[in-house]
Design a protein around this ligand. Structure first.
Ligand code: ADP
Length: 240
């Protein structure tokens, strides 16, 4: 386990959030939880319980109704939308379930693009292109694939690796991943986790990943069950 730093990677207090539409609503209330810098945490919980919503709040794409979401000492609830976007680009590498690669860009350009939005990640490297190439090579993508193939031409396993490279390029201190292994077979899953952990360690980053697979979750420093930090009884949640 890493040593606790005075400033946690993520700290949430008295948070309340609500999605509302005409037919139903979903609310999330969390009184407190923390993730220390350098921790690897697996977030688990029933489907529909709010795991992706919580990641959205931590990434600042969703805003709480009340309470605080503090990432690496920065209060997201005090920032404007633009400030949150800038903070996210500089600080957080995100891997989505559907990878969200831009289909018409080459593999390499998909990774380099992550650096274009970030002043910090942009300035911290001398040559974005070569940094992205090095990372893609490390993740098993060949020279021809990265330069000439569009993201839309890749297999699921390859897309996965490009999404990981995009999250890690420029060494952001926080990696957020939403079920990144769910589309992979067992061998590829193990391979991907190994890559994720080795990059996280090399960059001294904090990793928060949603998974529904308990054998995957057990490989993390800590398993955080959403049911232990919030009351789900007001929502209709599968299996709760
Ligand atoms: P999980 O990741 O645990 O499966 P989610 O965070 O995706 O759960 O969803 C939690 C709840 O919020 C679900 O009931 C879902 O339908 C609802 N929800 C998600 N996104 C929206 C949205 N944009 N508008 C309204 N409800 C939403």
């Amino acid at each position: 386990m890493p040593m606790a730093d005075a400033v946690p990677a993520i700290s949430i207090a008295d948070l309340s959030f609500q999605f509302s539409n005409n037919t139903r609503s979903f609310s999330l209330k969390i009184s407190s939880f923390k993730i220390e810098k350098g921790e690897r945490v697996a977030l688990v919980g029933p489907s529909g319980s709010g795991k992706s919503t919580l990641l959205g709040l931590i990434c600042g794409v969703l805003s709480p109704l009340d309470g605080s979401v503090c990432v690496l000492g920065h209060h997201l609830e005090k920032m404007s939308g633009r400030e949150r976007d800038r903070f996210r680009a500089n600080t957080i590498g995100v891997i989505f379930q559907q990878f969200n690669l831009l289909p018409y860009l080459s593999v390499l350009d998909n990774v380099v693009l992550a650096l274009e939005f970030s002043k910090h990640r942009h300035l911290s490297i001398s040559n974005k292109q070569s940094k992205a190439e090095k990372l893609l090579t490390f993740l098993g993508l060949g020279e021809a694939e990265m330069r000439h193939q569009k993201a839309s031409q890749l297999s699921v396993g390859q897309q996965q690796r490009v999404a990981a490279a995009r999250a890690f390029v420029g060494e952001p201190p926080l990696i957020i991943a939403d079920e990144p292994t769910s589309a992979l077979d067992q061998d590829r899953q193990a391979e991907f986790l190994e890559t994720l952990f080795s990059q996280q360690k090399a960059n001294d980053a904090t990793l928060l990943m949603v998974t529904h697979d308990l054998t995957v979750a057990k490989q993390f420093d800590r398993v955080l069950d959403l049911r232990d930090i919030c009351d789900l009884s007001k929502n209709q949640v599968a299996g709760s």
